[in-house]
Design a protein around this ligand. Structure first.
Ligand code: ADP
Length: 591
């Protein structure tokens, strides 16, 4: 069972001691001087988050990226080689280990070249995407955002003891990013042994408020509101900023300051379902948490936006329960709250008498779609006016928000033709449209890139990056490129934002594409004059669950473009001809 720290009364860190890899103030200058002369390894934004949390002890007792022995053991058993439960393989993947010598020191640099830490290299080992994804995520499906990202990780993992001399500087909300030791001292000052943590992923509304307050009372403990805002896919930063402003405002105005702490963890999430749930338990314990609210789907992926359910939330809770005494953190099940209009109160759904029909099930998505995205304020029973204001400032009505239509398909399938037909239709709706055509971008943005796999992926990611910028600024991006790799399309989707990315599969049979052969390239490829041509001798990975599938053998370009418009209307990105008045939520209706 978990031990308690004698001095503070809080639960002891996992493994009893908080790791601290940060160099002392006295030794820092000399270490930086030395680092300038060491061989460098540039690490990814994800690894930088991992390094930061390793350095401050959030992954205690882990004090380095996994050794090969620990890595193999974590994949197979969720445990380090010494048997300690640690379900997520925290590795440092790099593209190449050429020129690095075992036993020698090297300096780890950020993606923008800042020097962060010195590592003595003790191990270099390869890893295998399929093996790791299967063991940890239970899938190799590239619709899983971590799987698609893993395709970009380096093939070699480095390990060895670390001394960190520069922690990443967070420019957004730096005062809310405390270390485990700092959070512990805030919690200790509140004088309660028990601490319950809640890790919201979306803005918190009154139902969440009622639930978290109730959870703290139930265990006579303090409350840690502990959102994650670490490595994010491009474009989520603004959303994170808004989300955290909502928490801050809510806590300052509506929570008991003597029992509530808000802290933001720079954690690079893994979205690994049950394994991730446990991992979050361990991490939270290091911050002084004795109880964790484990939600319906806290660390997994919602079915709606991923088109498939990767994890069952019950499995997350079940594994947690099974191992909670070992990690020392108790689970509090996230309960569904419903609103009782007559008494103007929230209540757990299980506590409401049967047959009572005057209640409202609260679904944030539905309420937000119904009001905020239609340009009206959120109802006060649902959220406080201050929060409603922050959200409406940050979110224009849905039909003014940006989105990306991504047309993928074989050469000559009809992508450009459909895009060119769609473009004026969108402009007629008053939208500002950027058209990124595969052939055209190759004359500037992607100039010099070839048609090998790596260059094609780079091309897709560049277009994805530009599209994400357009969309972030409330514009419309139409992208028409073969984009033959599922994982690269998924990365583009993640960059743009899942809800704003409409994947249109232009599903024209290869025989018809060959017949059209707009540029005569099928003929050349079939003659063998052109190598690596998609559809002839190069792969096209079919979209598993596109938002739309268009068969151009049975539809004209005009019909195809109208079908896309229909989808956009349905998603709310284009207003219907006659706007519906916003309606209230049906009373007693399931959301
Ligand atoms: P891609 O951009 O996919 O390489 P293009 O749009 O450049 O393909 O070429 C598709 C060719 O097929 C064009 O010449 C277009 O006129 C013709 N075409 C015939 N029927 C259709 C249809 N229903 N939808 C799209 N294109 C069609």
């Amino acid at each position: 069972m978990a031990t308690h720290e004698r001095e503070t009364g809080l639960i002891a860190p996992y493994g009893n001691r908080l790791v601290n890899l940060v160099v002392s103030a006295e030794a820092r200058a000399a270490l930086i001087e030395k680092a300038k002369h060491l061989p460098s390894v540039q690490i990814s934004a994800r690894s930088m988050c991992d390094l930061e949390l390793l350095a401050v002890g959030a992954f205690s007792p882990l004090d380095r990226f996994l050794t090969e022995e620990d890595y193999r053991s974590v994949l197979a058993t969720m445990r380090l080689a010494d048997g300690v439960l640690f379900p997520i393989p925290l590795t440092l993947p790099v593209e190449s280990a050429d020129g690095l010598e075992l036993g020698r020191e090297l300096v780890l640099r950020s993606p923008t070249n800042e020097m962060l830490a010195v590592m003595r290299l003790e191990g270099v080992y390869p890893w295998d995407l399929e093996e790791e994804a299967t063991a940890v995520l239970g899938t190799t499906d590239s619709r899983h955002p971590l799987v698609s990202e893993m395709h970009t990780w380096g093939r070699w993992c480095l390990s060895g003891p670390l001394t960190v001399f520069n922690l990443p500087r967070h420019k957004d909300l730096p005062d809310l990013r405390k270390t485990p030791a700092e959070v512990r001292s805030l919690l200790a000052a509140m004088g309660r042994e028990n601490v319950v943590a809640y890790q919201p992923r979306h803005p918190m509304h009154r139902a969440h408020e009622a639930f978290t307050k109730e959870a703290a009372l139930q265990i006579d403990g303090s409350l840690l509101i502990h959102p994650v805002a670490g490595f994010t896919n491009h474009g989520e930063d603004v959303e994170n900023y808004t989300r955290i402003r909502c928490y801050k405002t809510l806590i300052e105005n509506y929570y008991d300051g003597g029992r509530t702490v808000l802290n933001v963890i720079p954690l690079a999430v893994r979205m690994a379902g049950p394994r991730a749930g446990l991992w979050h338990g361990i991490i939270n314990r290091n911050y002084g948490v004795s109880h964790l609210i484990v939600g319906r789907d806290p660390h997994s992926l919602s079915e709606g936006s991923y088109k498939t359910a990767f994890y069952d939330s019950r499995d997350v809770q079940e594994l947690f329960l099974q191992l909670e005494s070992e990690i020392g953190v108790r689970m509090i099940r996230h309960k569904e709250m419903i609103y009782l209009p007559q008494s103007k109160q929230y209540e757990e759904s299980g506590r409401v008498a049967r047959g009572m029909d005057e209640y409202i099930r609260v679904s944030a998505t539905t309420v937000i779609e119904d009001s905020l995205f239609r340009g009206t304020q959120l109802p006060e029973w649902f959220t406080h006016p201050e929060i409603s204001q922050i959200l409406s400032d940050a979110n224009p009505p849905k039909d003014r928000q940006g989105f990306c239509v991504w047309l993928t398909g074989l050469p000559s399938s009809g992508k450009s033709t459909i895009a060119e037909t769609l473009l004026p239709m969108l402009m007629a709706k008053g939208r500002k449209v950027t058209f990124l055509d595969g052939d055209v971008v190759r004359t500037h943005l992607a100039k010099g890139l070839g048609f090998g796999k790596e260059d094609r992926v780079t091309n897709i990611l560049r277009v994805g990056f530009v599209a994400s910028e357009v969309v972030r600024h409330e514009g419309v991006a139409i992208c028409a490129l073969i984009s033959p790799y599922a994982h690269a399309r998924e990365q583009a989707r993640a960059m743009v934002g899942r809800e704003r990315f409409i994947e249109v599969f232009v599903d024209t049979p290869v025989s018809l594409c060959e017949q059209r052969d707009v540029k005569g390239m099928y003929t050349q490829a079939k003659r063998g004059d052109l190598k690596g041509f998609t559809g002839v001798d190069d792969v096209y990975e079919l979209p598993r669950s596109p938002d739309l599938r268009i068969n151009t053998s049975s539809m004209t370009p005009d019909e195809s473009a109208r079908m896309i418009i229909g989808e956009l209307v349905q998603k709310g990105f284009i207003a219907q001809e006659r706007r519906r008045e916003p309606k209230g939520l049906p009373v007693g209706a399931a959301a």
